[in-house]
Design a protein around this ligand. Sequence first.
Ligand code: AMP
Ligand code: MG
Length: 347
Amino acid sequence: MAQIVRIDPQNPSPPTIARAAEIIRAGGLVAFPTETVYGLGADGLNPVAVARIFEAKERPSEDPLILHIADTDALPSLVRELPPLALELGRRFWPGPLTLVLPKKPVVPDIVTAGLPTVAVRMPAHPVALALIRAAGTPIAAPSANRFGRTSPTTAQHVWEDLGDRIDLILDAGPTSIGVESTVLDLTRPVPTILRPGGLSREALESVLGPVAVLARMERGPMPAPGLFPKHYAPRAELILLMGSPPGLHRSLREISHHYTAEGHCVGLLIAEEDRSAVADLPVEVVAVGPEDDLETVARNLYQALRTLDERDVSVIIARDFGSQGLGLAIRDRLMRAAGGRVISGE
Ligand code: AMP
Ligand code: MG
């Protein structure tokens, strides 16, 4: 059973960090907070330790991991080519929610990169994460600390629920501040390409790089039939993503709620504060994730909201879209994946 140890997010206790670092060096697993979500960490240069991550998460081996570093100086030992652009992005956005994909050096084990010739690297902006990486003296491979396919953890309690019986230690520094995973940017393509939208907005990247490409979801490999979509970032309940804006959005929220409650479903709504009055009379569970124009709050609350609706035993979740500006793109991406293709236009 994992031990949960409280740790001050701003001034992490050195003995606690030393203990966690010792576990990492010995090939064990430590869940720790980053500014995005909680990560499940292991020594990123030790293939046996990294294999334990895949085992604990039940993560398919084709899904590569991100290496976390505490200093840009660690980059040259991990990557074969370091374009000036990478250093510029590092100066501008690290520590922070940006992951860079670059050609890897042989020292990075194949199990980390799922056999790819590239490696994903990030410097997280959380004092606990940085202290742990420094004390361990090795890059830490860390995917989100949840079982594969489940919602990413934004609290130590979430980690405990998914992985408590499978890992050595959980460092609990309270809820994470950003709440969605990092933006993954591939610098090995002719045009810098966002592989996964995340905590750093496309607009922020474009302010430095000029236009960047966003990998269309179609390009991520063959698409199975809608019913067979691999669910990811997903609650237990079936999720439907509702696009559009009020008043059409509110009309559709009501219609779809009626449809499912009439079928005997227990319906949950994931909406903005502003939507509450439009659905106040419906016999449904409601979680408002924030004001619709405060996407930082919406992102921070998103995964907890999905877990809350699961706890209320809803069988269908209808989630509204929050647009594609700023963090809206990452929020949409996660909801689309959770929806596994069930997307409805609300207008
Ligand atoms: P997670 O650690 O769960 O946040 O997921 C990490 C994600 O980063 C993976 O699912 C990939 O989408 C992406 N990633 C990691 N390494 C690479 C790589 N070498 N090339 C492309 N994408 C990568
Ligand atoms: Mg993950």
